[in-house]
Design a protein around this ligand. Structure first.
Ligand SMILES: Cc1cc2nc3c(=O)[nH]c(=O)nc-3n(C[C@H](O)[C@H](O)[C@H](O)COP(=O)(O)OP(=O)(O)OC[C@H]3O[C@@H](n4cnc5c(N)ncnc54)[C@H](O)[C@@H]3O)c2cc1C
Length: 439
């Protein structure tokens, strides 16, 4: 079962949710989706689009907006975002071009949902983002990423120290590379809106952890702590926890990221910080720190920070790790905003990330009538949306450029045996983190 540490700030700042409706007793469905994050809710939306009148049931162990999806930083990025590379560029230009086109399809799908369901535009802000550089080294990474974007024919703008100060109010950054295509989500607001819109056409049961599923004649039986669904088809959209059902075991890397959000900035703190009311900075070095400023339309005038990265094969973060992360985040915030030393980090949380060594997802039909939309490799906003669409299309007997893209992907390779994998991954992450410590 997923275990989440720390309160999910994005959901908390939007106020309390109405009571959950956990699954009770026996029900039937044509399609059952396990997981109500980006992948699961996108799958459910695509299912109802393709199968009008079909009964779609979505089950989540947690609350919508409080699982992995509600714990991320909200950068729905259109461009290559390969965390293993030096500057986010992918393995080849051809791959990057097809990823950009697919990512933009995911953003288009989300935009259409925002319009159809009347989701608050503040939760889906097509504002773009900046790769911030704090050292000469990462400024060079920005320049090489810029050259890569130029070859791909993508627009970008280089910002100097003064321009970065104007946007962020921080003197920390030497330069920035602005790209216009990223949508800045209020992640909890977006998925809550998606779930609310979908609830006209699908049934969503939160606080309904799936404990098992098994074949039942020609269909499937899905068990939760309080009920059972008899269903023709299942979509697994529970990201790294697909492994907890025995699927892709030993092939997925479970990383935990840590994030924090300040209390509401007082009028005085806002005056001291300056800059613009909304912006988002990803680090030029993929292993650095993400910083974002939000405003009242998104849940308050606050700054949120995200740091890397612990290898957690047991998919849990400990109290000790949370305390350590809180100290690191405080330091990162103080380095960037010495004028805000008195501002408290009101929320500290962690969340999971599921990666494969070859940057592929676990998507498509994995057994007769069972489909997967898992392992988003760091870009769960767009990749999760895409895997959800792909799984729903496969389950509906439809093919598209999205299903074809995932069908061409290899399987995630096996990881080395557990102690070696842990040692190797931890050493690698520590080294990369150390190198990116100023970013
Ligand atoms: C701090 C942080 C910052 C991040 N920032 C970004 C970012 O800016 N941009 C970006 O693209 N990505 C970001 N990510 C990654 C992103 O959050 C994930 O890739 C994304 O959430 C994956 O979406 P998903 O729907 O596949 O899985 P999840 O969001 O993990 O959703 C899976 C759902 O399945 C449910 N579940 C699991 N097991 C069961 C079960 N047995 N029964 C029922 N339900 C179950 C869980 O409760 C959960 O709600 C970040 C991650 C973290 C932790």
């Amino acid at each position: 079962m997923p275990k989440f540490a720390g309160r999910a700030a994005w959901s908390a700042i939007l106020g309390t949710l109405p009571a959950a409706q956990p699954l009770q007793g026996k029900v039937t469905a044509d399609f059952t989706v396990i997981g109500a994050g980006f992948a699961g809710l996108s799958a459910a939306r695509r299912l109802v689009q393709l199968n009008p009148g079909a009964k779609v049931v979505v089950l989540d162990a947690s609350r919508v907006g409080e699982g992995g999806t509600g714990r991320n930083s909200g950068f729905m990025i259109d461009l290559p975002h390969n965390l293993a590379s030096e500057n986010y560029a992918g393995a080849t230009e051809g791959l990057d071009r097809s990823l950009i086109s697919l990512n933009r399809m995911a953003i288009g799908f989300a935009r259409e949902a925002v319009q159809d369901y009347g989701i608050d535009a503040n939760y889906f802000d097509p504002a773009g983002k900046i790769n911030g550089a704090a050292t000469e080294n990462s400024h060079a990474q920005n320049k090489s990423y810029g050259a890569h974007l130029q070859k791909l024919g993508e627009r970008y703008e280089m910002l100097d120290e003064q321009a970065m100060l104007g946007v962020t109010g921080s003197r920390y950054y030497l330069s920035g590379l602005y790209t216009p295509g990223t949508v800045m989500l209020q992640p909890a607001g977006y998925v809550r809106g998606l779930a609310q819109g979908l609830s006209r056409e699908a049934v969503i049961h939160e606080e309904s952890p799936v404990t098992a599923f098994c074949r039942q004649g020609t269909s499937w039986r899905v068990e939760t702590s309080g009920g059972v669904v008899s269903t023709d088809k299942i979509i697994l959209a529970n990201n790294g926890h697909i492994e907890s059902f025995g699927i892709s075991r030993g092939r997925l890397m479970h990383i935990f990221l840590f994030a924090g959000m300040t209390e509401e900035l007082s009028r005085d703190a806002l005056r001291r910080v300056g800059g613009q009311p909304r912006w988002g900075i990803t680090p030029s070095d993929p292993m650095g720190t993400t910083v974002r400023r939000i405003d009242t339309g998104q849940g308050g005038n606050r700054i949120t920070v995200r740091i890397c990265a612990e290898f957690c094969p047991d998919m849990e973060s400990t109290e000790y790790k949370m305390r350590r992360a809180a100290k690191i985040m405080r330091r990162k915030l103080d380095e960037r905003f010495p004028q805000l030393r008195d501002v408290r980090l009101e929320y500290i949380w962690s969340g999971p990330l599921c990666l494969s060594r070859n940057d592929v997802s676990v998507t498509g039909e994995i057994d007769n009538g069972v489909y997967a939309a898992c392992c988003q490799n760091g870009l769960g906003t767009t990749r999760g949306t895409l895997t959800g669409i792909a799984a729903a299309e496969c389950a509906s007997g439809k093919s598209s450029v999205i299903t074809e893209f995932f069908a061409r992907q290899a399987k995630p390779p096996l990881l080395p045996p557990a102690p070696l994998a842990k040692l190797g991954a931890t050493a690698y992450l520590n080294w990369k983190g150390w190198r990116a410590r100023k970013e």
